[in-house]
Design a protein. Structure first.
Length: 370
């Protein structure tokens, strides 16, 4: 995520790793409400990469709630199982905080400041908008580049999160003998992975407005991008759990039975007509509403493409339903499309898993930070 930093905590030394000129080999680890996803990517030439290994480890219900780790032991065990399945020696991890746990703000400051002066100004700005004491937060910043309005100024992105949010993820890694060397934000990591998807869009997505819709188990994140810059972000409480609950209700199954049936099939014939299609229609309606919020709260009135990510996005025909409802072309995210693949990876399974791995892929790509 962020290159420059102010660290007001003595939590751990992981943030100092961000300052190293060469990032060590690492594994991207995305802890969501339903699973732990782990991805390892290696370079195979200039600008070329290979997906070396990945795994998805399910989490028990309520181990993670609204991005908060409620059961460190169970999440740690899932990370341990995943790391063993990867069969890797790499112990450095890139992890992410949920967007809802991070306050971000762009500020404009005079260009050419000394780092000490910039840190002081960032701290002063942060004091004005962070609703809790600075000693309770991890504060970080990144210089984005020259201001569009004044070449003598630069834009700086500030990010702040409560210490305990960072500490929990660091503790999960350390409990398994692993080390968090990068702490990103999940929406930023998804943007990093999106850069691998851009070539699949008309004109490579240049000068287009793209809605990246990541549908998780409980939350749908809508990140609208233009030329790789986020111009709008929104979370909506909708996700794959709604489908699981409906399967439970209609077919009188337990949560675990419904989740297993959703993934493997074997449900009665009326599943598609009575449960799946209504869910797809509702999801498409949620995307439409999100776009309407975007249009009414910004100067934009058009989206050129929708990119669907998350487990639900692999439902056959969902992209067509969303495209029909919104009137916008939609495609399913696969950040690994242009990559080489390790011989251990099965293409068919990867096609099913890839949309869920967007954040983990973006985190794994942090290995190649300049």
């Amino acid at each position: 995520m962020l290159k420059g930093k102010i660290d007001f905590s003595s939590v751990s030394q992981f943030l100092t790793e961000l300052m190293k000129p060469k990032m060590p080999p690492l594994i991207g680890v995305d802890i969501s409400s339903s699973s732990v996803k782990m991805v390892e990517i290696v370079a195979v030439g200039k600008g070329r990469y290979r997906l070396e290994r990945y795994t998805i480890e399910p989490l028990p219900k309520d181990a993670v709630v609204d991005g908060n780790i409620m059961n460190l032991e169970e999440v740690g065990e899932a990370v341990k199982r995943g790391w063993k399945k990867l069969n890797t020696r790499i112990k450095n991890l890139a992890m992410a905080l949920p967007s809802a746990a991070v306050i971000t703000k762009k500020i404009v400051v005079p260009a050419g400041q000394r780092e000490e002066d910039l840190e002081l100004q960032v701290e002063t700005e942060a004091n004005q908008y962070i609703p809790f004491a600075l000693e309770e937060v991890n504060l970080d910043f990144q210089i984005l580049g020259p201001s569009l309005n004044n070449p003598e100024e630069v834009e700086v992105l500030i990010a702040a999160s409560r210490k305990e949010k960072v500490e929990d993820r660091v503790a999960v890694a350390e409990s398994q003998g692993l080390k968090a060397v990068v702490m990103d934000i999940d929406s930023f990591a998804a943007q990093t992975a999106f850069e691998l998807i851009e070539p699949q869009l008309p004109d490579g997505g240049l000068d287009q407005t793209i809605a990246l819709v990541d549908i998780g188990a409980t939350m749908m994140n809508i990140n609208v991008l233009r030329n790789r810059q986020s111009v709008y972000f929104r979370e909506q409480p909708f996700g794959g759990n709604q489908l699981t609950q409906e399967i439970q209700r209609v077919f009188s199954l337990s949560v675990d039975e419904a989740e297993a049936a959703k993934r493997s099939g074997g449900l009665p014939e009326n599943y598609e007509s009575d449960v799946l299609r209504p869910f797809m229609d509702t999801l498409a309606l949620e995307v439409t509403r999100a776009l309407q919020f975007f249009f009414t709260s910004t100067q934009y009135n058009q989206v050129n493409s929708i990119v669907l990510a998350g487990g639900c996005s692999t439902i056959p025909g969902l992209d067509e339903v969303v495209a029909r409802r919104t009137g916008v072309p939609a495609l399913v995210a696969n950040p690994f499309g242009p990559m080489d693949k390790s011989t251990k990876i099965k293409d068919r399974q990867l096609a099913m898993d890839a949309p869920s791995l967007l954040v983990a892929c973006g985190l794994a790509m942090r290995r190649f930070d300049p």
